[in-house]
Each structure stands twice: as C-alpha cells, then as structure tokens.
Design a binder for this molecule. Structure first.
Ligand SMILES: [Zn+2]
Ligand SMILES: [Zn+2]
Length: 537
C-alpha cells in the first residue's frame, strides 16, 4: 500500500543527505535572477493547513523556475513582532495591563517576546521543511533583526522625504485593554448587545420643546457637541404627552410605537412640518449639563451624508471625539474635538462627575442620570455588529488621539497606476486589490506598544519648538544599540534650538513589517530590487 508518510521521509532524507537543494542552487548560480518574496507567516505557534498550502504553492512556482534554469532567491521569512506575541507573553508572565509591563520593565518584557518568537521560528521552519518546501531554511529573514529594522527605518525616512509622513489628531478605534490604537483592518466584528436609548435634548429658551436623539453608546453622550439633521428631510414638531418633540417625519410612528407598545404607541399630534434646513443652528442644552460641566455652543448642524431614516430619529447625536463620522462633521463646522477619555479608556477630569470611570461600564450610570433628569424617553437593548480587538477580544472604543500617519491619500494615484503594471493571476485578484487600495484611508502607523519596530522619530522636548527628526538608518544614532525598546528610547539628539530630542514612544503597526519585507529582508550587501513573484491570501 502507498504509505506517503514513510515515502516523504525517505525523499526528504535523500535530499538532505545528498544536499540536492544546494546542488540545484549552485548549478543555477549563473542563471537569470528570480526574486521570490516570501510574505512572512506569524511566528506564534504551529503551522496550520492554510500556511502549509500557501508555502507549497510558493514552492511549486520556485521549483518550476529552477527547472527553467533561473537563479531563484527563496529566503523564507517570519513575522516576529506585534501585538499577537505581546498578548501571549502577557499571559505567560501573568500581566494584565500596560502598567504591569512597565512594572516588570520594558527590557524584560521585550526579551521575553523575542524568546517567544524565536522558539516558534525553529518549530515552524522544521514543519515547512517536512512539507518538502525548498527554501534557504538556514538563513530565514526575521522581522525583529536589526538589519530588517534598519531597512524599515529607511522606508519611514523615504516617506518623510516624500512628505507622506504626518502627525495628526484622528478618531480611531482603540483597545482600552491593550491601550493602543487599531487600524480598520485589525477590527474583528462580532454580535454584541448594547443599550439602545432615546434621549431628550431641551431646545434652548423653550420650556417644553425637545430634540429626540437615539444612541447605542450612552457613554459618548458625555462628549456630545452637536446634533446632525439632514437638510432635505422633513421634520415634525409633534405634541406627545404634553411636550413638543422634534423628529424626522418618517420616524415619528416608529418612535411613538416603541415608547408605548402595549397601547399601540403614544398618540402624537403633528403641530407643524419643516424642512431640515430650517433647523440649522437651533441651539439646545446638554441633558447632563450639571454632571459634566463642559460648556459649549451646542446646536443642530447640517449633514446630508451621515443622517439616515433607517434607524433612530433623523436627528443624530454627534460626539466629534468618539466617532469617525462625528469627527468629520466636527472638523467641518469647527467644533472642539472633545474627548474626555484617557489612555486607559476611562473618563478624564474633563468629564466632570464621570471622571475615573471606565467608559463602557459607565453606560448604566449615564442612563440612570438621564432618567433622573427626566431626559430619558425610552431604553431598550440592541444586538448589533460591534468591533472588537483582534487580539484580546475587548470591545473597542473610538477616541481622538495624536498619531503618525502615512498619507495614502497623497500617493493613491501612483499605487493604482502601479497595479496596472503587474501581471495578476487570477484576473479578479487585480480588481479586488484595486478596490482595496481605492478605499484605503490614510494609514495610522503608530502603536502605543513595546514589541515592534520603534518609530525612528525624535521630537524636541522644548515647549513650542515643534521640531522633530526622522532617522533613516541605525548609522545615524549617537551610538549603536539593539534597535528595540527600551534601548533606543535611551538615546537622544540635540535640537537646533538647543533642546533635548527624545524618541516618541510608539512602535510601528506590525503590518508595516511585512508590508516592506520586499526590500527590508534583503541582506546588507544586496542592492535594492523589486520582487518577481509574491503570493499571499
Ligand atoms: Zn486588545
Ligand atoms: Zn527644538
């Protein structure tokens, strides 16, 4: 009977014993160069059928090229940085938050991360070899090596030279447990049950008139700065239980039905109908003003892109510091990007009486306070898709933070042109990739973590100086150290103004590592070159 297990072992043993791979490489040494770039798998465990399959596809193409006489560069790679490894090491060392990491010391933590990553590099390498894959297994590229980091710094420097590197305030998904921002592609959506509440915002100067808004994130009401209405929709002033409520005409029936479902809904008498445009600038009072203390000129603003009639009331609660769409509107109308939440995902002192509370856990408190203030119209539950941290599964929150970006918007045209020069197999991969690039936002590359490529940016500490320095190679450092935290954090430069420059504490998004692997994986003596073949999926 055909016994693949023993046959495979026999063949791989023969290859090894007779050094067949080395001999093929040698005999093709003068052949035309073929650069295959191995997109690095994550080194956090055993290989799985997906990674094995992927490697075998790569191997088949490389073997075909070798058979045609090409001098194939086939260096395997491993992704060895990032949050997945940090989370595993945190579990191993029984750490639960960043404060714990700081307590045992960043040095000890990153050393453990390195040990963890190295352990699986060996294991996975052996497993790939057992699949019969011919690559340079004795010399893989590892993303945590100084040479790789050095070249990645070069990429950042290039971005700086091309004016694609920028620092700015953005509202981003944030994991309060890992205490870091996330990119959109790192979000994991899962079903989640949240409060669904309808709240009254009292119209300024009117005794009995209210805007009715809906939200599933009561905690963000603390940072409410405006209400959006659609200029083209119709809104009604309706008499309900002795009060005048303002809502979109099409949402009135829905609203009265949910507040009194047993009797088939509260009765509402429409007093007048106006177009959304007429509501522009209508001022209102914050329903929790006495609790939050934050003063602002809160009013209705116009938005034709973020107001729908599919859910809610047609009047949209807007917290520019806590939602990407709210942020756009906040910027457009010159609002303060108010974000009274700190790095631990707790309300800051700017949140008045809520200061110190973890925001999502404050939902019941906010609802109770609204009820006491007589501002809660209805509360229920909603089951919806909500983003979670891809590593620790904590529900994410949106907060505004100062981060570093690669301005994809500035280079998108060029990227789309480059896509046209590539031969795609199969065809639809091109369409898919084009769509992906077309809709890509500016890339937030900074992460507030430890085990990753340190961002090579040093900022002047002197107040109002604002100068920063981007270095493109380890050779520019005052002296050589291992290119990781905490070692690079201990190096300083002197600013033109005489001030001391310190490295920003961030590390790079781990997807940056593999993203620039084509050139970052090349050896010190190798010239820059583009890859002939890459396959991932
Ligand atoms: Zn997390
Ligand atoms: Zn300075």
């Amino acid at each position: 009977m055909y016994d693949h297990n023993s046959l495979e072992k026999k063949i791989t043993h023969y290859w090894e014993h007779k050094k067949i791979y080395e001999k093929v490489k040698e005999s093709n040494g003068k052949g035309e160069r073929f650069y295959f770039c191995d997109g690095p798998p994550y080194a956090t465990g055993q290989i799985h059928p997906g990674t094995a399959w992927n490697k075998c596809i790569k191997d088949s193409v490389c073997r075909y090229k070798r058979a045609r006489g090409f001098n194939v560069r086939a260096q395997p790679g491993f992704d060895t940085h990032g949050l997945p490894i940090e989370v595993k090491v945190e579990q191993e060392l029984k750490l639960t938050c960043k404060k714990d990491i700081e307590k045992i010391g960043v040095k000890k933590f990153t050393e453990n991360c390195k040990t963890f990553a190295t352990k699986y590099v060996g294991i996975m390498g052996k497993q790939f070899q057992r699949c019969g894959v011919w690559m340079d297994w004795d010399a893989p590229y590892l993303t945590y090596k100084d040479s790789f980091i050095d070249r990645s710094w070069g990429t950042i420097k290039k971005a700086e030279e091309k004016q694609l590197l920028e620092k700015g305030v953005y509202v981003l998904p944030y994991c309060p447990r890992c205490e870091t921002t996330m990119a959109n592609y790192e979000l994991e959506y899962g079903e989640q049950t949240d409060p669904s509440i309808y709240v009254k915002f009292k119209v300024k100067g009117k005794e009995n008139e209210f805007l009715i808004v809906w939200t599933t994130t009561p905690w963000t009401l603390v940072a409410n700065m405006a209400v959006m209405a659609h200029p083209m929709y119709e809104y009604v002033y309706a008499k309900v239980d002795g009060e005048t409520w303002i809502v979109a005409k099409e949402r009135l029936d829905h609203l009265t039905a949910i507040i009194n479902p047993i009797q088939g809904g509260s009765s509402a008498t429409v007093l007048k109908t106006v177009s959304g445009k007429k509501l522009d600038g209508l001022q209102y009072e914050h329903p929790l003003q006495s609790k939050i203390g934050k003063e602002a000129d809160r009013k209705i603003v116009m938005s034709d892109e973020f107001v729908t009639l599919e859910e809610g009331t047609g009047l949209v609660h807007t917290a520019p510091g806590h939602g990407p769409q709210d942020f756009i509107i906040g910027k457009r109308f010159g609002m303060e990007i108010f974000c009274p939440v700190n790095e631990q995902g707790k309300y800051s002192s700017e949140a008045g009486e809520y200061a110190g509370k973890a925001v999502r856990e404050a939902n019941p408190q906010v609802i109770e306070d609204l009820e006491h203030a007589g501002m809660l119209v209805h509360q229920g539950k909603v089951s919806h898709r909500y983003p979670h941290c891809w590593r620790c599964k904590t529900p994410l929150i949106y907060i505004s933070t100062l981060q570093w970006f690669i301005k994809i918007s500035k280079t998108k045209e060029k990227m789309l042109q480059e896509i046209e020069t590539i031969k795609w197999q199969p065809d639809f991969a091109k369409t898919r990739f084009k769509e992906f690039v077309s809709s890509a936002p500016d890339w937030c590359i900074s992460r507030q973590r430890y085990w990753g490529i340190p961002l090579p940016i040093w900022e002047c500490e002197k107040e109002n100086c604002g100068k920063y320095k981007v270095i493109g190679s380890a050779a520019e450092l005052p002296h050589r150290v291992e290119l990781h935290r905490p070692f690079v954090d201990e190096l300083h430069f002197t600013c033109e103004c005489g001030g001391k420059m310190s490295r920003i504490k961030d590390v790079l998004d781990v997807w940056f590592d593999s993203g620039n692997a084509i050139w970052a994986s090349l050896g010190e003596k190798e010239e820059y070159m583009t890859a002939n073949f890459i396959t991932e999926g």
